[in-house]
Design a protein around this ligand. Structure first.
Ligand SMILES: CSC[C@H]1O[C@@H](n2cnc3c(O)ncnc32)[C@H](O)[C@@H]1O
Ligand SMILES: [Zn+2]
Length: 430
C-alpha cells in the first residue's frame, strides 16, 4: 500500500480547538491514517511541508462548470436579462464536446485554486461525469431540470440515468443529486414528482432559491407565497436533504421554515454582488442553526472559481451588512469553505477536515511569500490574505492532481487552446 507523508507543515485541521498546529500527516492510499508525529520510514514518499499550510480541500457547493466557456462574455446585466438574452442563447449553441471541454477548464481552475470537491448543475452530465472520473477531482453532480419547456420528461429520464449510472462511481468520488432548477422554472406537479423520487431513493435535491427580488414577486404573483413558502408547502423540507443555492431574499419567517432542515444554503457572494442580487442573511441563518456552505456559481457570473475570493467576499459582506466586524470571523468562513460545505453535500463523514479515517482531500499553501509574511494568526492569513494562486499542491482521494502548481492529470496548454476556439464559436451567432 502506497504511503505519502507530508512533514513539518502547519496543519489546519478544521476540527477541535488546537487547530492549526505544526506536525506531519500520513496518507495511505486514499485516506489520512495519522496526524501528528510520524517517522520517515513509515512512508514511501515524503513532501517537505516546511513553510506550508495544509488545509482540507475547499468545497464549492454550487457551480455550473461548463459556464467557464462563458467567462467574461456577458457582464454588468440584471440576472434575467443576462440569462434570457445572453446565457441561454449561448448555451443553446453548446455541443456535448463543448460541455466536456468547459467542465475540464473549470476543473483545471478549481484544482489550481484549491477546490477538491464541487457541486455541479448542468446538462450533458454524462460528459461531465466522465471528465470528473478522468481528472481525479470529487463532485456531486446534478442534471438541471427546467420544466417549463416541452421536453421536461426527457430531462427527468436523463436525471435518473445520471443517478443510476454514476452515483458512487469513480472510486466513490462521484455522488449525485436531483436538480430542479428553481421555483420559477418548476411547476408544483414537477416538484412533487422530484420530491417523491428523492425521498424514495434517498438522493438529495439541489435547487436555486430566492436569488432576486424579481423571483420573490413572480412566485408571489403565481402562488401567493414566498419561494421558500412555496417549496415548504410542497414538502421539500420534510424528509429530503436539500442544497439551496443563493437564499438571498429570505424573510424572518422564511428562515423559521428552514430551521431544522437537512442540508442548508450555498452562499455565492461574488455572483450575488456582480448580478446586484443582494446580500444573503448568512449570519441570521447560522444563528438559527441553518448550515451554510460557500459556492461560486458558474464562471459566467462569478468570472473566477477561486474559493478564497468567495471567502473574503462572504465575510466582508456580513461585517458590512450588520456593521459588526466580529461577525463571520476567519475560522468560521474557513469552515464554510470546508466542513460546512461537506455537510451541505452530505459528505462530512468522508471529507471537510484533516481527520484520520477521512479521505485524503487536501491542499498545500506556500506561505513563503511577501503578502503572507509574517505569520501571526494563520487562520486570518488564510481567510483574508491567500488567493487561489498561492495553492502549491492539490491532493484528492490520496492522488496528487497538482504539484508545484503543475497540473498532473490535465494538459493545460492543449486545453486552453481548445477552449478558446470553442468559446468563440459558441457566442458567434448570439
Ligand atoms: C438547467 S442547467 C442550469 C442552468 O442554470 C443557469 N444558471 C446559471 N447561473 C444561474 C443563476 O445565477 N441563477 C439561475 N440560473 C442560473 C445556467 O445557465 C443553466 O442554464
Ligand atoms: Zn446557479
Amino acid at each position: 500500500m502506497m504511503r505519502l507523508k507530508i512533514e513539518n507543515a502547519w496543519l489546519v485541521t478544521m476540527e477541535g480547538e488546537d487547530s492549526p498546529y505544526k506536525g506531519d500527516l500520513l496518507i495511505e492510499q486514499d485516506r489520512i491514517i495519522k496526524r501528528g508525529d510520524c517517522s520517515a520510514n513509515e512512508a514511501d514518499e515524503v513532501i517537505d511541508g516546511t513553510g506550508f499550510a495544509v488545509l482540507p480541500g475547499l468545497i464549492n457547493t454550487h457551480q455550473h462548470s461548463p459556464m467557464s466557456l462563458l467567462r467574461a462574455y456577458s457582464d454588468d446585466l440584471k440576472l434575467m436579462d443576462w440569462l434570457d438574452q445572453k446565457i441561454l442563447p449561448a448555451e443553446a449553441n453548446m455541443t456535448e464536446e463543448d460541455i466536456r471541454a468547459g467542465a475540464r477548464l473549470a476543473m483545471a481552475e478549481m484544482i489550481k485554486s484549491g477546490t477538491t470537491t464541487f457541486a455541479d448543475m448542468y446538462i450533458h452530465m454524462n460528459a461531465i461525469a466522465e471528465t470528473v472520473e478522468e481528472v481525479g477531482i470529487r463532485a456531486s453532480l446534478t442534471r438541471g431540470l427546467v420544466f417549463h419547456e416541452p421536453d421536461g420528461g426527457v430531462r427527468m429520464a436523463e436525471a435518473l440515468d445520471l443517478i443510476d449510472q454514476w452515483h458512487g462511481k469513480a472510486e466513490g468520488r462521484i455522488t449525485t443529486m436531483f436538480g430542479p432548477h428553481a421555483p420559477y422554472t418548476c411547476p408544483p406537479d414537477a416538484l412533487r414528482q422530484v420530491i417523491r423520487l428523492a425521498e424514495e431513493r434517498d438522493i438529495p435535491i439541489h435547487i436555486h432559491l430566492a436569488e432576486t427580488v424579481e423571483e420573490v414577486s413572480t412566485i408571489r404573483q403565481k402562488y401567493g407565497q414566498t419561494p421558500t413558502e412555496y417549496l415548504h408547502a410542497l414538502g421539500l423540507f420534510d424528509q429530503c436533504h436539500v442544497l439551496l443555492a443563493h437564499g438571498v431574499h429570505l424573510s424572518e419567517s422564511d428562515i423559521q421554515l428552514l430551521k431544522g432542515m437537512q442540508g442548508g444554503v450555498s452562499h455565492n457572494p461574488v455572483s450575488n454582488l456582480k448580478l446586484g442580487c443582494g446580500i444573503a442573511p448568512v449570519h441570521k441563518l447560522q444563528q438559527e442553526g441553518v448550515n451554510v456552505g460557500l459556492g461560486t456559481d458558474g464562471a459566467g457570473s462569478a468570472t473566477t472559481l477561486d474559493m478564497f475570493e468567495e471567502m473574503k467576499a462572504a465575510t466582508w459582506m456580513q461585517k458590512l451588512q450588520y456593521g459588526d466586524p466580529t461577525i463571520l470571523p476567519a475560522k468560521e468562513v474557513l469552515k464554510m469553505a470546508t466542513i460546512h460545505g461537506a455537510k451541505l453535500l452530505r459528505l462530512d463523514h468522508e471529507i471537510g477536515t484533516l481527520s484520520p479515517g477521512k479521505k485524503a482531500d487536501l491542499i498545500l499553501i506556500n506561505l513563503n511569500k511577501p503578502h503572507l509574511t509574517p505569520l501571526h494568526q494563520l487562520e486570518s492569513l488564510l481567510a483574508y490574505g491567500v488567493s487561489g494562486a498561492d495553492v502549491d499542491t492539490t491532493i484528492v482521494n490520496g492522488k496528487i492532481l497538482m504539484r508545484n502548481r503543475k497540473l498532473l492529470t490535465i494538459d493545460e496548454k492543449v486545453l486552453l487552446r481548445d477552449v478558446q476556439i470553442r468559446a468563440e464559436r459558441i457566442v458567434q451567432s448570439v
